[in-house]
Design a protein around this ligand. Structure first.
Ligand code: TEU
Length: 552
């Protein structure tokens, strides 16, 4: 059995991964063809973002039919081939289940709109507060009101995301049963894990106006959330102890995560939280342009690390996914220290207590898209906010600058396989433009260079397998007051691991505060280091991973 604490997960956004048939969209066969690449990297699981039948308004997070594969991605037979080929290589597949909402084209919603009471009760329909006034003032995460008016009923339905993504009513036991059935169906296909999309939003509380915010406090980590997760666990994936699960927890709290990802809670194996990625927001507002707050980044990571450990709960640790800008562009350097900063950021994450997730292309040091025109964007959230920002009075240039930093499309440009046409992603025209830096940032170049970012990630994955302290060690923050260095220690039995990262493009003197005698360098991102007994003069973006056995 693969131990999830010793494992690393590789996230694939199939639409942008590899196109096997030249239609410009990545597909399932494309994933199968590239399995050896992932095997070479050493990842244990592949998380595939949704490939179910969908109108693709939100790239598959709007599911029309949970039991069938969107023909644009392939067939069930091709999926089974992928599962078998992955199994042969010792790689497990993790599927992405979107159960907070369906697509408005789902049969359930169509029946609801046709007036079928059974299915109306699968969703959340409410009367408005008055003519033209929705039931509450909640905002959709993609902009605008979270309620859509349906004239035939003189009622509104709730959509926390796009208007084409109506929220399911989890308080209805029939909904919960249908969902268990879907999970069991995919378990029978040999799937080894599940990621549950925004699963902490499924239990809605009171439907009241939010005088302070956008409404999230009424439906986030809601009143029955733990009960619903335990029930889902018991009725589906919990029946197979080998299955690994991760919940995407939007705007969650530590207290709830102790339970979502807690040992013996029978909810999920681990949780994604996002507070550490809001350090370049202003409050909850993402569509702004401010430098990131390094001290806050450290503080949040350390708080989650130590508190989750204290409560015997498990984190997924990550910088990147299909919703986040590329981390080298965000907290590293796209310029002269591109390689060093990409490796440093990898070290910072992979040494933490938790299961690391790598998003496709992160292991190549892929950067933000660099789009300059709105016509290059595809993401519904970006397109909506481009309008909203201008309605607020920003110029279109300014709005584009902000999109350039925060848009989800930054992560969604095609995987850069080689320096050939369209980066080797497709023989056709890609659905979203390739980043022109594919000429020097691509897998082929990385695989030819022993000192590449790719091989550095491979080494980090291998070290996790080799050293128990990396997988299981307790966490102890270090250099907490330092304005430039992120450092921490891990301890396990007689093993000690020390991770030291300079987050800036200039040198810094770091004092260890204890003797470093006996430590060996497991990994560093420079050929040589100036490590001494009491610290080091760290070079720009330098990182070190040190190891020693006590008593040696
Ligand atoms: O994302 C949930 C989510 O709320 C964010 O990551 C979101 O993209 C961001 O807050 C907007 O600023 C999940 C999926 O990962 C995302 O791709 C889907 O669009 C979303 O759920 C809806 O299913």
């Amino acid at each position: 059995m693969t131990d999830f604490k010793k494992s690393v997960v590789y996230e694939i956004y199939p639409k942008s991964f590899y196109d096997s048939d030249g239609d410009g969209l990545g597909d399932i066969r494309g994933v199968t063809e590239k399995l050896d690449y992932i095997k070479e990297l050493g990842a244990d699981y592949i998380w595939l973002t949704p490939f179910f039948v969908s109108p693709q308004n939100d790239n598959g997070y709007d599911v029309e039919d949970y039991y069938h594969i969107d023909p644009r991605y392939g067939t069930m037979e091709e999926f089974e081939e992928l599962a078998a080929a992955a199994r042969e290589r010792g790689i497990g597949l993790m599927l992405d289940m979107v159960f907070n909402h369906t697509s408005s084209r789902h049969e359930w919603f169509r029946k609801a709109l046709a007036g079928d009471e059974k299915y109306k009760n699968f969703y959340i329909f409410k009367k408005g507060k008055g003519p033209g006034i929705p039931p509450t003032n909640w905002e959709s995460k993609f902009g605008g009101s979270a309620w859509e008016y349906v004239e035939a009923f003189d009622e509104y339905y709730l959509h926390l995301f796009d208007v084409s993504q109506p929220d399911l009513n989890w308080d209805n036991p029939q909904v919960r049963e249908e969902i268990q059935k879907i999970v069991r169906f995919w378990m029978e296909k040999g799937v080894k894990g599940f990621r549950f999309d925004v699963v902490n939003l499924i239990s809605k509380g009171e439907f009241a106006d939010d005088e302070e915010g956008d409404g999230r406090r009424f439906y986030t980590d809601g009143p029955n959330i733990h009960q619903y997760l335990k029930e889902l666990n018991e009725g589906s994936f919990g029946m197979d102890p080998e299955i690994v699960t991760v919940g995407e927890m939007s705007s969650t709290s530590l207290e709830n995560c102790y339970r979502y990802g807690g040992e013996g809670e029978n909810e999920l194996s681990m949780v994604f939280s996002f507070h550490h990625l809001k350090v370049d927001f202003v409050g909850n507002e993402k569509w702004v342009m401010v430098p990131y707050d390094f001290r806050k980044l450290k503080e949040i990571i350390f708080q989650w690390q130590t508190k989750m450990e204290e409560h015997r709960a498990w984190n997924a640790v990550f910088w990147c996914n299909h919703d986040q800008p590329r981390v080298v562009s965000r907290f590293g350097d796209e310029g002269p220290y591109w390689k060093e900063s990409a490796k440093m950021l990898a070290t910072a994450i992979h040494g933490l207590r938790g299961t690391p997730y790598i998003f496709q292309g992160e292991e190549l040091g892929m950067t933000n898209a660099g789009f300059r025109s709105i016509s290059q964007y595809r993401d519904v959230e970006s397109l909506n906010h481009y309008q909203i920002l201008q309605e607020k009075g920003l110029s279109s240039d300014n709005a584009l600058q902000i999109l350039g930093i925060h848009s989800r499309d930054n992560a969604r440009t095609p995987m850069q396989w080689n320096d050939g046409r369209q980066a080797g992603f497709t023989e056709g025209e890609p659905w979203i433009e390739v980043n022109p830096n594919y000429r020097y940032i691509n897998a082929q170049t990385e695989l030819r260079d022993e000192d590449s970012i790719f091989y550095y990630y491979r080494r980090l994955i291998a070290l996790r397998k080799q050293y128990d302290v990396i997988a299981y060690g307790d966490i102890c923050p270090a250099a907490e007051e330092d304005a430039q260095v992120f450092a921490y220690k891990r301890t396990w039995k007689d093993e000690e691991l020390l991770v030291i990262c300079n987050f800036y493009g200039w040198p810094v003197s770091w004092k260890s505060g204890e003797s470093l005698k006996g430590y060996e360098i497991l990994l560093g991102n420079y050929g040589e280091s100036s490590l001494e007994e009491n610290g080091a003069m760290l070079k720009p973006y330098e990182s070190l991973m040190l190891y020693r056995k006590r008593g040696e």
